[in-house]
Design a protein around this ligand. Structure first.
Ligand SMILES: *Cc1c(COP(=O)(O)O)cnc(C)c1O
Length: 396
């Protein structure tokens, strides 16, 4: 099997699995307890916090562990909204191609009377700092823009956006779930106030993540109860998962240069190989994207059929995002970059991992080419296009 769906989730690093085991089998105490046995767990928690902080250039006390990226996104946005509300500022700026954890939270705030501006995304999958600057108003309390898009992998000009937000005195949150552990991040240099991350996107356990909140930003609790996480996130901490997260993140951060230099040429080879399929197009900027991400539209194809046939050939990939597959709506990300509905339905995301081989890349190119040709030959719609009844949307 070739696993090319690392943007959906990753295999846990062996070192991360090994590191969490003692906290399951041996040091299972509650970190809030006073006896020394529980203090072992407490120490592991604080060590993990320091590691996570260091990897993004933050201080340990600015890191709050959560149940994952979705919770961190929710808490960041709700907190900034509550801070804004107190000052009578109820305008939030985001983009049309955010993850649903962001978009659905914004919908909820809109129903409460917040005004939401979703910036248009350019056809290359990037928003600019200039767009952000022009959208900021006197009552803007938050700008929330993802670091790297989970479907098309495009990387946003985060430092420039951070600088604009800082100069205007507006809080800046970034959903960095696809970026943390994959590309360098420094929250201080990039003027990031709030940042979300998730362990299972970089080789850690599922169901654990973190929110970075610059000191001085008063977080609102989503979960009420005990005094864990400096009173901002109640519930006994998942120590084994948190330990796995810190070990995986340290490894990922130490490996960022290798990751980039190994995967970039492989990614480009995949892009060049798939582009030889007629009426196909890469989604998102070719250069300014994650080293692991390839996303294509193929005219005349249903993404679902493509995935099932690739599965038969032993390839795990995705079309749209994992959360939306199963629904008939095309990806909101592809619509946001201007792909028409017909074409947005025929998308393929390959998100490769560090262990991919040259042979596997060749196999993927061959398999996708075969499957696309097969599906087109079966499609009455494709025949109509060939006969000139409809026009092609993509170029040959
Ligand atoms: C996966 C993902 C999330 C959600 O993270 P979970 O830990 O699965 O809740 C949020 N944002 C982006 C960009 C993601 O890729």
């Amino acid at each position: 099997m070739i696993y090319a769906d690392n943007a959906a989730t990753t295999k846990m690093n062996k070192t991360a699995v090994a590191a969490m085991m003692p906290y399951i089998e041996e040091f299972y105490g509650n970190p809030s307890s006073l006896y020394s046995f529980g203090q072992k767990a407490k120490e592991a928690l604080e060590n993990a916090r320091a590691v996570v902080a260091e990897c993004i250039g933050a201080e340990p006390r600015e890191i709050y562990f959560t149940s994952g990226g979705s919770e961190a996104d929710n808490q960041a946005i709700i907190s900034a909204a509550r801070i804004g509300e107190k000052k009578g500022k109820k305008h939030i700026i985001s983009t049309a191609f955010e993850h649903h954890a962001v978009l659905h939270t914004l919908n909820k705030l809109e129903k409460e009377g917040f005004e939401i501006t979703l910036l248009d995304v350019h056809s290359n999958g990037i928003v600019t700092a200039q767009q952000v600057k022009e959208a900021i108003k006197d009552d803007t309390c938050l700008v929330t823009i993802m670091y790297a898009n989970n479907e098309i992998g495009t990387i946003q000009p985060i430092a420039e956006i951070g600088a604009v937000c800082k100069s205007k005195g507006v809080l800046f949150h970034t959903d960095a779930v696809q970026a943390v552990g994959h590309i360098e991040i420094n929250v201080k240099e990039q003027n990031i106030d709030l940042l979300s991350m998730s362990a299972h996107k970089f080789g850690g356990a599922k169901g654990v993540g973190a929110l970075y909140a610059r000191k001085g930003i008063a977080l609102s609790s989503l979960i009420n109860g005990g005094a864990q996480e400096r009173n901002k996130r109640a519930g006994t901490e998942n120590i084994p998962a948190i330990v796995s997260m810190s070990v995986a993140l340290r490894e990922a951060c130490d490996n960022i240069d290798n990751h980039r230099s190994k995967l970039t040429p492989i990614r480009n080879k995949l892009i060049d190989g798939l582009r030889t399929i007629p009426y196909s197009e890469l989604n998102g900027d070719r250069e300014n994207r994650l080293p692991s991400n390839v996303n294509f539209c193929f005219e005349g194809i249903e993404g679902e059929s493509l995935l099932l046939l690739l599965d038969d050939k032993g390839i795990c990939a995705s079309s749209g995002s994992a959360c939306t597959s199963g629904s008939l709506d095309p990806s909101h990300v592809l619509l946001a970059i201007g792909r028409p509905h017909e074409v947005a339905h025929g998308s393929l995301r390959l998100s490769i991992g560090d262990d991919i081989t040259e042979n596997e890349v060749e196999y993927i190119i061959q398999a996708v080419t075969e499957v696309v040709t097969y599906l087109r030959n079966m499609s009455p719609f494709w025949r109509d296009i060939q006969n000139g009844r409809y026009e092609h949307i993509l170029s040959e």
